[in-house]
Design a protein around this ligand. Structure first.
Ligand code: PLP
Length: 344
């Protein structure tokens, strides 16, 4: 039987032959000693691409967020963020458990918090209140269907942070999707922030790995924190080599994923006008509303599995479909046919 068409996430891609070759041939050393040439070169390449002084290779996006927030804030400080932020809901409570930070969630508009919303919340900290240390934004926003964080709003938040002497962090797990969709180079968003983390293991298509970029001083502190979190890795050039291929070949290809997501979304919108909010499909994710079909996500997922399509049911009547390198346009069409059959 053919491999299923896997629309659960863009994390499911398998390494390409080019990645496997690069992994097999990578020069390596002990990265805890700073001796891995493949990692060192990837860190420099990534920092340069995002216009920052230095980079730090980390195993996951979750560790990337922790390293950044832990460098920017002290225990009992607060981090102001959108109420749907990935690190609040899907990273095991690590910001509280491992960093001792308090979250101050704000309801953004589809994940986009504004400067006007957050400015009045910033507080110095005293015997009673935590000190606001960081404002964090997510670009693109996972829980809001791959929503792009508008550059102008990021700049407005950045200005407030600088004026008020607090830091700004970008969870840019999928920031290259924002670049592909808008043509705005990632460094424009990165310019706004003190720290940025992005993932190689999502749309860029590498099997493992994320990057933190920031100032040289923050990266020195970040290395120490990464070690404390258990993320000091040894001959990790074998992974960094695949990440390098992903970073060199992945960003330009993301437009194909976005076109395939649109193909799915438009096809589904033809089934029912409330099935998909087409305006909300900006990058590689489609949130399908199953309410008009009066059927729950578990049933639909099971029926689709029999048609060779894997999907992720979300709470309520919602289902997430994510496109990526291992879903061709033909496969997106096949998946749409299967969805029509199951929902029609
Ligand atoms: C926006 C965002 N940030 C961070 C992460 C965490 O990445 P990881 O799964 O590598 O820990 C994810 C993962 O889906 C994500 O979507």
């Amino acid at each position: 039987m053919a491999d299923p068409i896997d629309l659960r996430s863009d994390t499911v891609t398998r390494p390409t032959p080019e990645m496997r070759k690069a992994m097999a041939e990578a020069p390596v050393g002990d990265d805890v000693f700073g001796d891995d040439p493949t990692v060192n070169s990837l860190q420099e390449f990534a920092a340069d691409l995002l216009g920052k002084e230095a980079g730090l290779f980390v195993p996951t996006g979750s560790m990337g967020n922790q390293v950044c927030l832990g460098v920017l804030a002290k225990p009992a400080d607060e981090v102001i963020c959108d109420s749907g932020a990935h690190f609040l809901h899907y990273e095991g409570g690590s910001v509280a458990a491992n960093l001792g930070l308090v979250a101050r969630p704000v309801s953004g508009d589809r994940g986009v918090i504004t400067a006007d919303q957050v400015e009045p919340l910033i507080r110095e900290g005293n015997d009673h209140n935590p000190r606001s240390a960081v404002i964090a934004i997510e670009n693109t926003h996972n829980a809001h269907g791959g929503k792009i964080f508008p550059l102008e709003e990021a700049r407005a938040i950045s200005k407030i942070c600088r004026d008020r002497g607090i830091a700004m962090h970008i969870d840019g797990a999928r920031i290259f999707n924002a670049q592909a969709a808008t043509g705005t180079p990632v460094r424009e968003w990165a310019d706004c922030a003190d720290t940025v983390t992005f993932c190689f293991s999502k749309g860029l298509g590498a099997p493992i790995g994320s990057m933190v970029v920031s100032t040289a001083d923050n990266i020195v502190a970040g290395r120490r924190l990464r070690k404390r979190l258990g993320g000091g890795m040894r001959q990790v050039g074998v992974i960094a080599a695949a990440a390098r291929v992903a970073l060199e070949t992945g960003p330009d290809r993301l437009v194909e994923d976005h076109a395939n997501a649109r193909l799915l979304a438009e096809g589904l919108a033809e089934l029912h006008e409330d099935a998909v909010d087409l305006a909300a499909v900006e990058t590689n994710m489609v949130y399908l509303n199953l309410e008009p079909f009066n059927v729950g996500a578990p049933e639909v997922s099971e029926a689709l599995m029999k048609e060779g399509v894997l999907t992720l049911g979300m709470p309520g009547y919602s289902m997430r479909l994510v496109t990526h390198r291992d879903v061709s346009t033909d496969q997106a069409r096949q998946a749409l046919d299967a969805l029509r059959k199951v929902l029609g």
